[in-house]
Design a protein around this ligand. Structure first.
Ligand code: ZN
Length: 199
């Protein structure tokens, strides 16, 4: 335990995802030793990102305005939606250049152990987007792990009988992994080889 504001800094950093107590301490002491300008840049960008970036009201991706860059692009194919867990997965799929449709960002995956149920994700918003029959194919690109599979199954079951073409990325992605860690070629191939989901 450190005194006052130093401990507050360590505590705040430790609340960030993927940062354990040791890393929090290391980052805190890095910041204490850093040039004031370096810290000022970090403070500025943190304030700026919270002030200007929001989430797209249609798809949940990060956006500077009401809609994200992809939703506001008229050249994107509105008949296809690729469902992903996080905005970083949109970036991963975009890198493959295999997909010209739009996205839907769920905000996570179903994980009963972490207390995350379907109602905690933007699944209801997704179903609303599908209601007007513009969309003909739904490509489920959740992570190739247990939570991602559970989420894909849940969505596909919720849409049973709608006649919508629901596909899942082909295998070949590293099982148990995270979509963002797949290289562009592997992810691109998984996209091309996507298969209908069977219930
Ligand atoms: Zn969007």
């Amino acid at each position: 335990m450190y005194e006052g504001v130093v401990q507050d800094l360590i505590d705040e950093l430790g609340r960030l995802p993927g940062i354990g107590p040791k890393s929090a301490q290391r980052i805190a002491f890095h910041l204490l030793r850093a040039d004031p300008e370096e810290v000022a840049r970090l403070t500025t960008v943190l304030t700026e990102v919270k002030a200007t970036i929001r989430f797209c009201t249609r798809c949940g991706n990060v956006a500077q305005g009401e809609l994200c860059r992809i939703c506001s692009d008229p050249r994107r194919d509105q008949t296809k939606i690729c469902v992903v867990e996080e905005p970083k997965d949109v970036v991963a799929v975009e890198r493959t250049r295999e997909f010209r449709g739009t996205y839907h960002v769920l905000g996570g995956a179903i994980s009963p152990m972490d207390g995350v149920g379907p109602e905690d994700l933007s699944i209801r918003e997704l179903l609303l987007r599908l209601a007007d029959d513009t969309v003909t194919e739904l490509i489920i690109a959740t992570d190739p792990n247990i939570q991602g599979e559970a989420t894909a199954t849940y969505i596909s079951r919720s849409l049973r009988g709608t006649g919508l073409n629901i596909t899942r990325l082909a295998s070949g992605l590293p099982v148990g992994g995270d979509l963002e860690y797949a290289d562009e070629v592997t992810l691109g191939r998984a996209f091309e080889g996507r298969r209908p989901m069977h219930e």
